[in-house]
Design a binder for this molecule. Structure first.
Ligand code: HEC
Ligand code: HEC
Ligand code: HEC
Ligand code: HEC
Ligand code: HEC
Ligand code: HEC
Ligand code: HEC
Ligand code: HEC
Ligand code: HEC
Ligand code: HEC
Length: 305
């Protein structure tokens, strides 16, 4: 182990420096003498996961066992320490320690190289220095991030804005396990912006809202272009996850004077447009323009049918 005065050796080079002889002879049994379910950090649940499989030759348990991830035990397992002596450190994955993220991830990727090859390299989580172990828990029977109903909490621990949005009036059913963040995002990377599961925002939505795909005889340009122009998929305080209330939403783009597309208020009842205003009282644009996502009706050019 490096002298205290020397710069911290990186774990991977430590791994390379340590010889095969530094791995324990008895594998996990060596560790379990001191680490068990009653330890400050309970470790045994790993045996209920795929990493604890004795039959899969690729699993850690079939290889260096605990040391496949934590590195060779070396002097760490020494029974008695001299006064003032520190226990030799193991590789740890806990967030906030000084081991570089890339080196922690290299340990996971040494077995999960397929995943690495697919999209991980260059993805925003990789370049954003997120460790595999920031998302995945290894020493639990069920990894929380893989349970859809917990993703709001787990992903949301870093993505506060999206977590807050999921508590608003109108949301996708993210809280009950029907849907998770991973229905729309690929956490390991994707071909699309924002880690989306499909190539575009609209294709992502069409995966479940196929009826909005069209083709329509009369397309409403923004709907064919980008659903997120009008909807916040993470949730909003307007009905139907709209980014703004109707008519204001529509008036971002439509503001022709004279037509009811102007915001309505009681003052307009006495204007020359009084009749149309009266018609509009208490109504919204979508009461008349109801096929707002596009229309296949022969006379649906104004999305009224
Ligand atoms: C003789 C007892 C003993 C044995 C054997 C032992 N450990 Fe530890 N280990 C400890 C103690 C005590 C700590 C707490 C660290 C400290 O306070 O020094 C620890 C801490 C750790 C940590 C936290 C990181 C660190 O370095 O502090 C990891 C990871 C770890 N041990 C893994 C293992 C693995 C894997 C094995 C088997 C290959 C193993 N230990 C064998 C006693 C032991
Ligand atoms: C010694 C090889 C090895 C190492 C090192 C390793 N894994 Fe695995 N991992 C496996 C095997 C084998 C499986 C089971 C694959 C399967 O059945 O498809 C697995 C499965 C998984 C799964 C899916 C579990 C499930 O229930 O389906 C996750 C998540 C995972 N590993 C994450 C990690 C992370 C994070 C690290 C680094 C901290 C890591 N692995 C290190 C070999 C390894
Ligand atoms: C941003 C969080 C996050 C990060 C970072 C992350 N994962 Fe995952 N991982 C997930 C989620 C969520 C799933 C479940 C995906 C699903 O159900 O669609 C998953 C699934 C897996 C699986 C099992 C399914 C599969 O795709 O093979 C393995 C293995 C895995 N991850 C390994 C890793 C490794 C190795 C790393 C680091 C290189 C890593 N993960 C980084 C969130 C993450
Ligand atoms: C697949 C990789 C992997 C294997 C195999 C593995 N661990 Fe871990 N271990 C981790 C990760 C990642 C963490 C961080 C906490 C978590 O994700 O659960 C961790 C956390 C720990 C900790 C707490 C360390 C700290 O930072 O305080 C101890 C102690 C520990 N493991 C011991 C063991 C023992 C003993 C074994 C064998 C029975 C073992 N580990 C097998 C990946 C692994
Ligand atoms: C129904 C699909 C959907 C679900 C579910 C979803 N997202 Fe998104 N997310 C999107 C879309 C679409 C974008 C891109 C929006 C844009 O670019 O206007 C996005 C963007 C993001 C961004 C980038 C924001 C930015 O400003 O760049 C983050 C972070 C994010 N989502 C996290 C999450 C988290 C965390 C969850 C789960 C709580 C989640 N998302 C659930 C569709 C979804
Ligand atoms: C440990 C913190 C952490 C966790 C947990 C986490 N993320 Fe991230 N996420 C990040 C960081 C860091 C970035 C890069 C942000 C940046 O560059 O602004 C990011 C970026 C993103 C982006 C935006 C991608 C882009 O290209 O702009 C999306 C979408 C996202 N994460 C979704 C998720 C989802 C879904 C989960 C859960 C499965 C998750 N994240 C879990 C830290 C995290
Ligand atoms: C994995 C499937 C899935 C995906 C992908 C998906 N949705 Fe949804 N969406 C749902 C479900 C389920 C509901 C709730 C339906 C219900 O409550 O009747 C819903 C409801 C909605 C609602 C109506 C909410 C309300 O309060 O009436 C809107 C708007 C919506 N989604 C927009 C989008 C947009 C935009 C995207 C793409 C960014 C998208 N959805 C992607 C499954 C999905
Ligand atoms: C021009 C703004 C706009 C765009 C762009 C838009 N929507 Fe909507 N969407 C609305 C409005 C307004 C409502 C509420 C309709 C109402 O009040 O009856 C709505 C309602 C919905 C609903 C719930 C009610 C229903 O009709 O099923 C879903 C689901 C939905 N939109 C999905 C989508 C998808 C998917 C896209 C992208 C293809 C999209 N929207 C693009 C304005 C828009
Ligand atoms: C992001 C900008 C945008 C938003 C928001 C938007 N539209 Fe549009 N809308 C357009 C564009 C672009 C066209 C096609 C260009 C044109 O013909 O003027 C269009 C066309 C229309 C048409 C047909 C116009 C015609 O002349 O044939 C109607 C009706 C319409 N929109 C109603 C609405 C309503 C109602 C809302 C609110 C629910 C809305 N729009 C929100 C951009 C938008
Ligand atoms: C009472 C029913 C009604 C309401 C409410 C209504 N419209 Fe219309 N809108 C129409 C009719 C009818 C037409 C077709 C006029 C024509 O063909 O000359 C039309 C046409 C349009 C057009 C096409 C361009 C134009 O001026 O002819 C746009 C854009 C439009 N409406 C937007 C809106 C917006 C935005 C709102 C909400 C602020 C809204 N409408 C509310 C009935 C309505």
């Amino acid at each position: 182990m490096a002298d205290a005065a020397e710069p911290q050796a990186s774990p991977v080079s430590t791994l390379e420096l340590k010889q095969a002889a530094d791995y324990s002879k008895d594998g996990a049994d060596t560790c379990l003498g001191c680490h068990d379910e009653d330890s400050a950090f309970p470790v045994l649940s790993i045996f209920k996961t795929k990493h604890g499989s004795r039959t899969d030759p690729h699993s850690p348990l079939a290889q260096y066992q605990c040391e496949s991830c934590h590195g060779p035990v070396g002097e760490h397992g020494k029974k008695r320490l001299r006064k003032g002596e520190n226990r030799e450190a193991m590789i740890t994955f806990t967030r906030g320690n000084e081991i570089p993220v890339a080196e922690k991830n290299a340990i996971c990727s040494s077995c999960h190289e397929q995943l690495d090859k697919r999209h991980w390299a260059g993805s925003s989580h990789q370049t954003g220095e997120v460790a595999c172990s920031d998302c995945h828990k290894i020493h639990v029977k069920e990894d929380p991030i893989r349970l859809k109903q917990l993703q709001v909490q787990v992903c949301g621990s870093c993505h506060q804005a999206e977590k807050l949005a999921s508590k608003r009036f109108s949301t996708h059913p993210l809280e009950y396990g029907q849907m998770g963040c991973t229905d729309c995002h690929s956490p390991h990377g994707s071909n699309a912006d924002k880690l989306l599961v499909a190539d575009t925002i609209n294709d992502t939505c069409f995966g479940c809202h196929a009826e909005k795909r069209g083709p329509f005889a009369w397309e409403h340009e923004p709907a064919s272009e980008n659903c997120a122009l009008c909807h916040n998929p993470h949730g909003s305080n307007q009905p139907a996850m709209l980014t703004q209330k109707v008519p204001f939403l529509c008036q971002n783009c439509h503001s022709s004077a004279g037509h009811p597309s102007l915001a309505q208020d009681s003052s307009r009842l006495s204007t020359p447009y009084a009749s149309s205003s009266a018609l509009l009282l208490g109504r919204s644009c979508t009461n008349c323009h109801s096929s707002i996502h596009g229309s296949n009706h022969p006379s649906g050019s104004r999305f009224q049918r």
